[in-house]
Design a protein around this ligand. Structure first.
Ligand code: PBG
Length: 323
């Protein structure tokens, strides 16, 4: 035999030498949930190890992540039901929980990168990402609200704004608005190919943000489609996105690879709540080993993602797996 591929696997040193893909803390973005109050830390039952933090505890959590070398955070607010309305006005109200959280993190830790989520659902009494009128999700009217939200995030210090709503034209609309208001340096990470997925279940538990009626199929993509992701990516690139995101992650690695191979923008992937819950449940039951976590994250890197939003971000650093 002239070819014995096993020679390159014979020792740890050689295996490391020929390793093609690497994962570093700089690839990771840690999603964090926020609640009102003081000294609050409540676990999300379907996401063991993941909590909702009041702002004081959020700052402690961010500090401990920074010490581990984890520097990017994506914030999500759990909004009291009584504050929700049809037009998600709480999302841009001065002094609202979310804006205070962004300000507090940036004030205390200017070196941290804060990613903010733009979409109506956590603040909408309908639980949808857009305005609901006679059962229909309005597109262009929703853009105005998304714009107000994005502007408020930028004013509060957001480094990267991530619109997760899937309305048409929102990247261009928000980019123009930010630029007109002097925020030319605030980045846009577009949820480019966001699928109508059942893997968001635990996240909706965490925020109490599930749709009150219907589903999200008229704006989020059909899980059966891949070519359609190219249309979305083309539009986002033209409209000024700085990152293209695919979401969920594991069942959509082909989409990550497709966008990576066709666009020069950095690719992000969201390893969503249901994917986290799945591994955690199997590990807790002894059905899978913990190595499945790094194997999963490496799969995203191999497929071409450079930014990985994952609830595993802190634990892989705490456990020293990123050496
Ligand atoms: C809402 C939003 C969702 C997630 C991020 N932003 C849920 C949804 O679209 O219903 C899901 C994240 C996760 O499941 O971890 N715009």
């Amino acid at each position: 035999m002239l070819h014995r591929p096993r020679r390159n696997r014979k020792s740890a040193v050689i295996r490391d030498m020929v390793q093609e893909t690497h994962l570093s803390p700089s690839n990771l973005i840690f999603p964090l949930f926020i609640i009102e109050g003081q000294n609050q830390k409540t676990e999300i039952s379907s996401m063991p190890g993941i909590y909702r933090y009041s702002i004081d505890n959020l700052l402690r959590e961010v500090e401990s992540c920074l010490k581990l070398g984890l520097k990017s955070f994506d914030l999500f607010p759990a909004v009291e039901e009584s504050l929700k309305d049809k037009y998600a006005t709480e999302s841009y109200r001065e002094g609202t929980l979310y804006l205070r959280a962004i300000e507090a993190v940036k004030k205390n830790f200017p070196e941290a990168c804060v990613v903010t989520d733009v979409a109506m659902d956590p603040y909408s009494s309908d639980g949808h990402d857009g305005i609901v009128e006679n059962g229909e999700i309005l597109n262009d009217e929703t853009l105005e609200i998304l714009g107000k939200m994005a502007l408020a995030h930028a004013q509060s210090g957001a480094d990267i704004i991530a619109p997760s709503d899937m309305m048409d034209g929102r990247i261009g609309y928000i980019r123009r608005l930010l630029d007109d208001n002097g925020f030319t340096n605030v980045s846009l990470m577009s949820y480019t190919a966001k699928y109508a997925s059942a893997f968001y279940g635990p996240f909706r538990d965490a925020l109490g943000s599930a749709p009150k009626k219907g589903d999200k199929k008229t704006y989020q993509m059909n899980p059966a489609n891949i070519r359609e992701a190219l249309i979305e990516a083309q539009l986002d690139a033209e409209e000024g996105a700085d990152f293209l995101m695919v979401k969920p992650g594991l069942p959509y690695l082909d989409v990550v690879k497709l966008l990576h191979d066709n666009f020069d923008l950095p690719i992000a992937v969201y390893n969503v709540s249901g994917e986290y819950a799945m591994l955690k449940a199997a590990i807790a039951n002894g059905w899978l080993g913990e190595q499945t976590i790094m194997e999963t994250l490496m799969g995203f890197r191999r497929a071409g993602a450079t930014a990985i939003l994952t609830y595993h971000a802190k634990e892989v650093l705490e456990k020293g797996w990123l050496k």
